[in-house]
Design a protein around this ligand. Structure first.
Ligand code: PLP
Length: 458
């Protein structure tokens, strides 16, 4: 990229629309690279983004001045403007989609406590060392203790990279070369072509399908379980619903089969949630007799991406000691975020789930009034939010939104503080349920700065 030839300066003809090259005395005023790097703002950028990126921006700004596109005095500011806002390509965005756990936006937003814990764990940390004795200690023991404190029904817990990894580890350690008995109504695809049956079979386990799409009884399971069974698997159909003439077996109806019952609840709810009565939770499943529960950390639990395995001590120990466990283990940042999520204040996900419709409406009206006073075509509108991220299918949560002309959608997405809304009936809706109230002012500012582009004036 650095070596890319500059049009017009490598012997070829300059582009026809290129401005006149400035005279030599103007070109001499273009600041040199070393002088520019002494500018405190650019020096600070070197600390934040690295010298490589800053020098590239400086060179680009100098080129523009040499080509006569900007005056020499504007080189420092132009270089600053060319710098990315973040050291990675991942940009913070405001989730105004009305989908609380948006997979494309990284699912759950971490709480302030979890963000702080991640920062603190970023350097050397005692993740595997007992500082009192100076000897090696169990990796992530304080996160596991926090899980245990929240989930007394789980005798033991293990944390892996995500929900899929939790299933892979359970299938590999408990059912490789054996059968996993699963209902035909629970052979689900989670999204983006990710099919649970394919994942399970990839471990060397065989799937033993029972029942039908809409009806599977305890007797269907009993008819096929035996010495060849690794475990019975119950999978929560987390992104669709089957209604009508249906029957599925409860965990309590399967515990007498003499094989472990593993329940993939998906969402990571630890206890029943009043707003989501149909969503299974780990505590209820364990009390009903599940040997193991698997779940994601970044869905309704509201934490970092990880997979939880909760349940019988002997099974969890077998999983944690399996050689594959090492390949699925989580890093210290995840452990830190998970523990802070479990012990800290309510997560952004929990707050979004329980926000009152009246409060949402009041926020939408206040924002709409302020923006309309600036002459923006905006109004407060009712909206329906969803949980998303493979959770609570069919549940809608009453919400409120800012309704803007459709061109705002793209303008907001590509603005300095990217906002992702949704299109509905030819309007761009900014749903407030997943937007923390403390982000309201940033949201309003983003709308103001998207205005020129949205109105076709930029
Ligand atoms: C989301 C989900 C998974 C996959 O979990 P990841 O954390 O995305 O790997 C597995 N099973 C169910 C039921 C789910 O909802």
């Amino acid at each position: 990229m650095e070596q890319r030839p500059v049009p017009g300066r490598t012997g070829g003809a300059p582009p026809r629309s290129a401005p006149e090259e400035p005279p030599a005395d103007v070109r001499r005023r273009i600041p040199r690279t070393d002088a520019l790097l002494r500018d405190p703002r650019l020096a600070a950028a070197v600390d934040r983004l690295g010298a490589h990126r800053v020098k590239a921006a400086v060179r680009q700004a100098q080129e523009r001045a040499r080509a006569g596109a900007i005056p020499p005095e504007q080189v420092p500011q132009t270089a600053l403007d060319l710098l990315p806002g973040t050291a990675s390509g991942l940009r913070p965005v405001i989730n105004a989609t009305g989908v609380l756990l948006h997979t494309n936006l990284g699912r759950a937003a971490l709480s302030a406590a979890a963000r702080q814990a991640v920062r603190e764990a970023a350097g050397p940390t005692d993740v595997e060392l007992d500082l009192t004795t100076g000897v090696r200690a169990r990796r992530g023991r304080s996160a596991l203790a926090a899980l245990h404190a929240r989930m007394p029904a789980a005798r033991a817990a293990h944390v892996v990279n995500n929900g899929a990894a939790a299933l892979v580890l359970a299938a590999t350690a408990l059912a490789a070369g054996k059968e996993i008995v699963v209902s035909r109504g629970e052979m689900v695809e989670i999204g983006d072509g990710f099919r649970l049956p394919d994942l399970l079979v990839s471990t060397g386990a065989r799937l033993r399908e029972v029942g039908t799409t809409n009806r599977t009884t305890p007797a269907d399971y009993a008819a096929v379980t035996g010495p060849d069974t690794g475990f019975v698997l119950k999978v929560h159909p987390s992104n669709f619903r089957i209604t009508g003439f249906t029957r599925s077996a409860e965990v309590a109806e399967l515990t007498g089969l003499g094989v472990p019952v593993v329940v993939d609840i998906g969402s990571g709810l630890l206890a029943p949630h009043p707003a989501l009565p149909e969503e299974p939770d780990a505590d209820t499943q364990l009390r009903a007799g599940a040997a193991l529960v698997t779940a994601s950390g970044d869905k309704l639990l509201g934490g970092p991406q990880c997979g939880l395995l909760l349940g019988r001590a002997d099974l969890v120990r077998a999983l944690a000691r399996h050689p594959l466990a090492r390949a699925l283990r989580v890093d210290k940042l995840t452990l830190a975020a998970l523990e802070a999520t479990l012990t800290g204040p309510p997560t952004p996900t929990a707050l979004a789930l329980t926000a009152g419709p009246d409060a949402l409406r009041a926020r939408a009206e206040r924002l709409a009034a302020a923006l309309a006073a600036d002459g923006i075509d905006v109004r407060a509108a009712g909206s329906a939010a969803t949980v998303g991220g493979g959770g609570a299918p069919g549940v809608t949560l009453p919400s409120a939104a800012l309704s803007l002309p459709e061109p705002y959608a793209a303008a907001l997405r590509t603005g300095p503080v990217p906002v992702v809304g949704r299109l509905e009936a030819g309007r761009c809706l900014l749903d407030l349920r997943a937007v923390p109230p403390e982000d309201d002012d940033r949201l309003a500012e983003a709308v103001r700065s998207a205005r020129a582009t949205a109105e076709g004036r930029a």
